[in-house]
Each structure stands twice: as structure tokens, then as C-alpha cells.
Design a protein around this ligand. Structure first.
Ligand code: HEM
Ligand code: HEM
Length: 184
């Protein structure tokens, strides 16, 4: 499961496309797209929707045992793709200012992405079927046990960061919409 790294390449290409659009807007308007204006705002909203999908879709698929919904490996690839493109769009949304709670939310977003890469690395150490079930592979029992322990330790770090991130993101977007959009 999770062979190759097509999802990383696709995310990279998508980020290049988005950066091209961003550079074009910056060039035509001769300024960095502001977080509260149309382009920057759209990036924030779309990026945040992708992040919400990252947080929920894979977990829902993991808990529903229906194979008809597609392979777990595909869902994890989709999770990683959205988990990279969403934060990248949100990064461009910030207009490179990182004050207060919004800045802290950006930091949490960065941490979850870095921790995602660590998780991806440990995850690929455990031999699995395409549907995510662990199998006895070439790894020695001792190494397999260690990889499983690291994976469960990783979950206990990664999941609370995600919860803190969405909590502060909701407070930020409530505040930003109230002060920067509705009161304008
Ligand atoms: C995880 C998601 C998000 C992160 C990390 C984030 C981060 C940021 C950052 C760092 C800023 C600049 C703050 C500053 O001026 O120092 C900002 C501004 C802003 N954000 Fe977000 N944002 C996110 C999602 C959203 C969403 C979904 C919306 C709207 C629905 C939104 C609306 C705004 C607005 C309106 C501003 C401008 C505030 C102002 O000009 O005072 N953000 N955001
Ligand atoms: C917005 C960014 C992200 C969020 C909110 C997020 C959230 C989550 C959550 C909630 C889980 C737990 C799923 C479960 O067991 O129910 C998870 C698992 C995982 N995530 Fe992410 N993630 C993000 C980005 C990434 C990235 C960028 C990568 C890889 C580069 C990644 C790789 C993984 C891996 C390998 C797992 C473990 C899968 C498993 O144990 O079944 N994530 N993520």
C-alpha cells in the first residue's frame, strides 16, 4: 500500500499552477494579493475547504468498512494530495503576514504538514495490502513491532494538532469575517 509517490508529484504540479496564477495576479495588480480581497480570500476559503476534507474524508473511509467506496490506498493518496494543496493555498492567502491567532493557525498548519510527512514515512515501513491491512512482510517481528509503536505514538501527536488547528482556524475565520468583511 502507498507505493510510489504520485500524490506528491501531483500536489507539486498543482502548487506550481496555483503559484503561476498568484504571480499573474500580483503582477497585474502590482501588489501582494490581500487576505481580505477577492483573490486572497478565495484562496483562504478553498484551501480551508480542502483542509477540512483532508481532516474528515480519510477517517470516515477508514471507519466505514465498505470496499465499494474505493481502496484505502487511494483515499490516503487523496488525503496527502489535499493535505498539501490546501495548506499551500492557505499560505498564499496569508499575504505573508503572521500576526496573532491567524499566525498561530498558520504555524499549526505547517506543523501538521511536516508531521504528515513523518507519518507517511513510518506508514510505508509497515507492509500492508492495498486496502491498508497490515501483513507479515519481510520485516523482522521486532522491527515491525517498533514501527507499529511509532505509528500509534505518531497518531497521538498528529490528531490533537489537527483538532487545535481547526479550533483556532474557526475562531480566526469567525473574527476575520466579522471585523474585516462584515464591518467594512
Ligand atoms: C487554516 C486556514 C487559515 C489560515 C491559516 C489563515 C491565516 C491567515 C493569516 C496569517 C492572515 C493574515 C493576518 C495578518 O494580517 O497578520 C489571514 C487574514 C485573513 N483571513 Fe485567514 N486563514 C485561514 C482561513 C481563512 C478563511 C477560511 C477565511 C474566510 C472565510 C479567512 C479570512 C481571512 C480574512 C478576511 C483575513 C484578512 C483579515 C484582515 O485584513 O484584518 N481566513 N488569514
Ligand atoms: C491539512 C493537513 C492535514 C490534516 C488536517 C491531516 C489530518 C489527519 C488525520 C485526522 C489523520 C488520522 C486519520 C485516522 O486515523 O482516522 C491523519 C492520518 C494520516 N495522515 Fe494526515 N493530515 C494532513 C496532512 C497530511 C500530509 C501532508 C501527509 C503526508 C505527507 C499526511 C499523512 C498521513 C498519514 C500517513 C496518516 C496515517 C494513516 C493511517 O494511519 O491510516 N497527512 N491525518
Amino acid at each position: 500500500m502507498l507505493r510510489g509517490n504520485i500524490e506528491l508529484w501531483l500536489a507539486f504540479l498543482t502548487c506550481i499552477l496555483i503559484s503561476t496564477g498568484y504571480s499573474l495576479v500580483a503582477f497585474l495588480t502590482r501588489e501582494i494579493p490581500a487576505a481580505s480581497e477577492f483573490f486572497g480570500h478565495t484562496l483562504g476559503i478553498l484551501g480551508f475547504i480542502l483542509m477540512l476534507m483532508t481532516e474528515t474524508f480519510y477517517s470516515l473511509r477508514k471507519r466505514s468498512r465498505s470496499a465499494a467506496l474505493g481502496r484505502m490506498s487511494t483515499w490516503l493518496k487523496f488525503h496527502i494530495y489535499m493535505g498539501l494543496v490546501g495548506p499551500f493555498m492557505v499560505l498564499l492567502h496569508t499575504s505573508w503576514k503572521f500576526n496573532g491567532l491567524a499566525g498561530a493557525t498558520t504555524l499549526l498548519t505547517f506543523i501538521i504538514v511536516v508531521s504528515g510527512f513523518v507519518g507517511r514515512y513510518i506508514f510505508t515501513r509497515i507492509p500492508r495490502t492495498m486496502d491498508g491491512l497490515e501483513i507479515e512482510g519481510t520485516l523482522s517481528q521486532e522491527a515491525l513491532k517498533r514501527a507499529r509503536q511509532m505509528m500509534s505514538l505518531w497518531h497521538t501527536v498528529h490528531i490533537p494538532i489537527g483538532i487545535a488547528l481547526f479550533f483556532s482556524a474557526f475562531v480566526h475565520l469567525g473574527g476575520a469575517l466579522y471585523y474585516a468583511t462584515l464591518l467594512k
